[in-house]
Design a protein around this ligand. Structure first.
Ligand SMILES: Cc1cc2nc3c(=O)[nH]c(=O)nc-3n(C[C@H](O)[C@H](O)[C@H](O)COP(=O)(O)OP(=O)(O)OC[C@H]3O[C@@H](n4cnc5c(N)ncnc54)[C@H](O)[C@@H]3O)c2cc1C
Length: 477
């Protein structure tokens, strides 16, 4: 009997997985496969933090498959070559996968599909990573949306597919299993012990994803609309890496929220706000699909001429969380330690980099790409273009966050700053967001020596603001 290959990518789950469901429904033995392309063949090969997540997520998926008497076949190489080898080595004559929407992924999949079809194989792809396919949501003029609110309104008038149930069954196995590399042999874990904090914060894999969703629905979603902007508290879902790696399906989350009510009209404000954030994810992916150049170039072309500054020293200070602005530094250190940063703080550090330091959003996006466990080409690109004013539905460039007032507003007790910047822990709350204004005796009593134990600001807010506005004036119009 012929077999079916299921090619897993950023959909590392067995439940609500349309490609897997179709392969199982075909009645054929199923060969689950994960392919790791050589690192240097991809422009956006996963960064170090994402590789850490991937290692553990693959381990979890492989264990789940083992429980169903199946196996995850791991191979390194160009997907095209590996799939051909597997077709030659096994009885498989068909390949199933869930579609991806990043430019390189689309190009690879299109080429492979064309070649396999012409070689006589069956190749089927499915929608498993978004609520709606990007080409199905468009304006009345048949154009892609570039503004979030009408986009989300259009999405909400459509219905989201029911999640696909999976029985507790064993998966039919092929007569012979092809050889597999081990997950360890992919060498995804960091060589330096930088990931210790990741283990405390995260539980990659399906069980971790379901646990995060359950906890969020039980304890957090009710106050989400009011608490989501405060980085010191658990006000958000922490689902982003689980979503990026597809350990949980969007439709599963969507329906889990709706099932709490009899009708959509009775959704609470927290739930409505949360679903709209999933809407931003959707928007980001649709925009990247329609404007594939934006991971490298600004959507608003006038920003091509923006006079970005090449300042290696200040960029280093930003990355290390040593800018002298506590809310910025706390965010950058949270990122380094846990592989994640709160959304409000991502906006503050992004604004600081692109406006106070005039360092390009592309440099910031690359650092996030390397250090975020949820690094996602669509969301990261949208986030950076939005905060630097050059993307779709972006905040205007001239709206420049003041890191002191942002800190005072969103971390009023300084708890977040104190958590991530131990050298400021004893400083009274009054000065926590602007230690340089504190009287010398207060600093001394708090064991803070500015310029030594904690840096002085690397730029003056007012001067930086004026410089940013002058730079913006060069491209305005
Ligand atoms: C400069 C910048 C870079 C960013 N880079 C990424 C990234 O690489 N990967 C990533 O997943 N998110 C990114 N975001 C968006 C957002 O910060 C994270 O999705 C969010 O902080 C994840 O935490 P959570 O799961 O607790 O979010 P929740 O508030 O619980 O939101 C639920 C889900 O909605 C989606 N979501 C929420 N906010 C956004 C948003 N603004 N844009 C797109 N999707 C959103 C995410 O999938 C998130 O998991 C970025 C934002 C900025 C400003």
């Amino acid at each position: 009997m012929t077999a079916a290959i299921v090619w897993f990518r950023n959909d590392l789950r067995l439940h609500d997985n349309p490609a897997l469901d179709a392969a199982l429904s075909s009645g054929q033995p199923v060969i689950p496969v994960f392919i790791r392309p050589p690192h240097d063949t991809q422009k956006w090969s996963p960064g170090a933090a994402s590789r850490w997540w991937l290692h553990h997520s693959l381990t979890s998926l492989a264990a789940e498959l083992n429980r169903r008497q199946s196996r995850l076949i791991i191979r390194t190489g160009s997907p095209h070559d590996v799939l051909h080898q597997l077709l030659a080595e096994t009885d498989a004559d068909s390949i199933y996968w869930n579609r991806r929407y990043e430019p390189d992924g689309i190009a690879t999949d299109t080429t492979i599909k064309r070649q396999l079809h012409s070689d006589g194989y069956t190749v089927e792809s499915f929608s498993g990573n978004l609520l709606f396919e990007p080409w199905t949501v468009e304006t009345k003029q048949g154009k892609p949306y570039q503004v979030f609110t009408p986009f989300w309104k259009a999405c909400q008038s459509r219905s989201v597919a029911d999640p696909i149930e999976l029985d507790d069954m064993e998966f039919p196995a092929p007569r012979n299993w092809p050889l597999s590399e081990t997950i360890d042999s992919l060498k995804l874990l960091p060589r330096i012990t930088w990931d210790a904090g990741f283990y405390d914060r995260w539980r990659p894999g399906r069980q971790g994803a379901m646990q995060a969703l359950a906890t969020f629905l039980e304890t957090t979603i009710a106050g989400y609309h009011e608490r989501r902007d405060f980085p010191a508290i658990t006000g958000t879902s922490s689902l982003s890496p689980h979503l990026h790696f597809g350990e949980i399906g969007l439709c599963e989350i969507w329906h889990a929220v709706h099932e709490r009510h009899k009708t959509p009209a009775t959704l609470t404000q927290g739930e409505i706000t949360f679903l709209a954030e999933l809407g931003w994810r959707e928007f980001a992916h649709h925009v990247l699909y329609h404007f594939p150049q934006i991971s490298e170039k600004p959507l608003r072309e006038k920003f091509l001429k923006f006079p970005w500054v090449n300042d290696a020293e200040r960029f280093r200070a930003w990355k290390a969380g040593r800018t002298g602005y506590p809310i910025v530094d706390a965010g950058m250190r949270e990122l380094w330690t846990t592989g994640w940063m709160h959304n409000r703080v991502r906006m503050i550090v992004g604004s600081f980099l692109t406006k106070h330091l005039l360092i390009s959003w592309q440099q910031g996006a690359r650092w996030f790409w390397e250090t975020l466990v949820d690094a996602d080409l669509a969301n990261n690109t949208l986030g950076w273009q939005w905060i630097s004013g050059c993307g779709p539905d972006a905040a205007p460039y001239f709206r420049i966050f003041n890191p002191v007032t942002q800190g005072e507003k969103f971390d009023p007790e300084g708890e977040y700053v104190k958590r991530w910047i131990p050298e400021l822990r004893s400083l009274p709350t009054k000065w926590i967001h602007h230690p340089w204004n504190a009287p010398q005796e207060v600093l001394a009593a708090s064991d803070v020596s500015l310029g030594e134990s904690y840096p002085l600001p690397i730029v003056d807010h007012r001067e930086a603001r004026a410089r940013a506005l002058a730079a913006f004036a060069e491209v305005k119009g």
